[in-house]
Design a protein around this ligand. Structure first.
Ligand code: HEC
Length: 200
């Protein structure tokens, strides 16, 4: 539902623009991009969480590891297709090698989010990066729920032995454990769709 409204909202904002160097207008742009990115990240997070909780209920934690292994990336890509965005989850302590932080742009974004984390307060830990090839949205992924600990928490304490064995089998280079609640676990990197105006 919401994604049909978003482009219209964005169009409504950007159609006010008469001069792209106008700072007041670019603030409106930033606000609408933040809104759009946040909506996409929230939706993708919701779908992933629902799926992992269902997988745990149906197959237990070990089965849910298999589920994440096979489905986390495709599910994220499905959400991306719906929004015509490109969505990835990256981390400095990644589990899937595909989710490593490698580019300079992503390293800078990660540092910026780490800085935002120390600021405290209830404000959202996210921002927009304008690049030559488009507009990117970055958002902190917190280790926000106790459920996360059963696969990302302390080895030998939060993570059950069988779950650990399964994780090791699927991800021999796993770095995504020994987290505590409230820590920065990773980040969303979303390349936002071009607005209709920009496409034309
Ligand atoms: C059933 C075990 C399990 C649970 C519970 C779980 N994860 Fe994961 N998580 C995984 C697996 C497996 C991967 C690797 C997925 C892949 O191969 O793409 C992963 C990957 C991630 C990534 C991508 C970066 C990386 O390390 O590859 C983030 C971010 C993440 N999880 C955050 C969370 C958060 C936040 C929670 C709690 C809401 C959570 N996870 C709960 C197993 C789990």
């Amino acid at each position: 539902m919401r994604y049909t409204i978003l482009p219209i909202l964005l169009l409504a904002f950007t159609s006010c623009r008469n001069d792209s160097s106008n700072t007041a207008t670019s603030q409106v742009d930033t606000a609408s991009y933040l809104y759009m990115g946040d909506s996409i990240a929230t939706q993708a997070q919701k779908i992933l969480l629902e799926n992992v909780l269902t997988a745990i209920q149906l197959h237990g934690e070990v089965g849910a590891v298999d589920f994440c292994n096979e489905k986390a990336l495709p599910i994220t890509q499905q959400t991306a297709a719906v929004y015509q965005a490109s969505i990835t989850r990256l981390s400095d302590k990644n589990r899937n090698p595909a989710n490593a932080i490698t580019s300079e742009m992503d390293m800078a974004a990660w540092e910026k989010l780490q800085g935002l984390m120390t600021e405290g307060g209830a404000s959202k830990k996210h921002f927009i990066a304008q690049e030559n090839d488009g507009v990117y949205y970055y958002k902190a992924i917190m280790l926000g729920a106790p459920t996360c600990l059963s696969c990302h928490g302390e080895k030998g304490k939060d993570i059950a032995a069988e779950t650990w064995a399964q994780l090791q089998m699927k991800y021999p280079q796993d770095k995504a454990y020994n987290y505590r609640l409230g820590q920065l676990r990773g980040m969303w990197k979303i390349k936002l769709p071009a607005t209709p105006e920009k496409q034309g």
